[in-house]
Design a protein around this ligand. Structure first.
Ligand code: AMP
Ligand code: MN
Ligand code: MN
Ligand code: MN
Length: 276
């Protein structure tokens, strides 16, 4: 149940609870020897994570998780082994940052209209200097007793069809993949089993993803069961994609998801760590 590789996790640079340093220390403690910090639409935590990884003697692969649109739906593309200073990537994520900022203001206004004032300011405060996400709104809604749990805050206020949901035109998937490739990285479709999408549409997505330079897919996630892993592995084989592994760790409060705690990597798939 443990893996020396973990290529998907979050810090306070986006919606994680631990600083980049504490993420790396925790991963090291859990036996991870090669980690990628993949914050939402930002590379701001990578320097700090790298310094800590050097100190404890583990490998850090520069990463990011970028929000992308395909067919009016949001998908997450992880970039591994990126050059954070690449101009295409930096300009791209700057655009996404602006979208996140505008969306956060809209979420605040919508919740205000529903009689819940002050959410934008409060979420901004929780996010601090990090990239603002719905998680910060959910935290505030729990703190102020509008919901008992994060899950409930999402389900009641923040998902499609609920008062605080704002449909966002993220950059197109092909653009996002092109930024990652321009930055010398490998594009990985994150948590393929978590999208509300039919098998046929997912195959269409993967066909286009591959055409645009996508090279990998997560086959083992922190939340995967055996069936998820088998199905993801089938997709990797069918589309000739490399397989990645990542817990998607956000917080020690979630007892189910832990850095480096991952099911075994399936046979017959080429792992991303062969090429990064
Ligand atoms: P955003 O990228 O700002 O839309 O926020 C998405 C983040 O919210 C994801 O990366 C998860 O960390 C978190 N999230 C999304 N859906 C849920 C949910 N139903 N329950 C708890 N956290 C969620
Ligand atoms: Mn997140
Ligand atoms: Mn994600
Ligand atoms: Mn993630």
């Amino acid at each position: 149940m443990s893996s020396e590789y973990d290529f998907h996790c979050h810090s306070t640079a986006s919606d994680g609870q631990l600083s980049p340093t504490d993420v790396v220390l925790r991963a090291h403690k859990n036996g991870v020897s090669c980690i990628s910090l993949t914050d939402h639409d930002t590379t701001a935590g990578l320097n700090e994570a790298q310094i800590c990884a050097n100190n404890v003697g583990i490998r850090m692969v520069a990463g990011i998780e970028i929000s992308a649109n395909w067919s009016h739906q949001c998908f997450h593309i992880v970039g591994l082994g990126i050059d954070p200073d690449n101009a295409d990537l930096s300009q791209g994520i700057k655009r996404t940052e602006t979208l996140r900022e505008q969306r956060a203001e809209s979420i605040g206004l919508r919740l205000e209209k529903k009689g819940i004032p002050g959410c934008y300011k409060a979420a901004k405060k929780i996010a601090g200097s990090g990239m603002i996400t719905r998680t910060h709104f959910a935290k505030h809604l729990v703190n102020d007793n509008y919901a008992n749990t994060m899950q409930q805050a999402f389900d009641r206020y923040l998902v499609r069809g609920k008062p605080g949901f704002v449909a966002t035109q993220w950059p197109q998937m092909e653009e996002v993949v092109s930024w990652i490739c321009a930055a010398g990285g490998i594009a990985v479709l994150a948590h393929p089993r978590r999208y509300k999408i039919t098998a046929t549409r997912l195959r269409q997505l993967l066909t286009e993803y591959k055409d645009h330079g996508g090279t990998a897919i997560e086959v083992v996630c922190g939340s995967s069961n055996n069936n998820d892993i088998q199905e993801s592995a089938k997709l990797a084989q069918r589309f000739d994609l490399l397989g990645s592994v990542g817990s998607d760790f956000h917080s020690p409060d979630n007892k189910w998801i832990e850095l480096g705690r991952l099911q075994p990597f399936p046979d017959g798939i080429e792992p991303v760590w062969n090429v990064i």
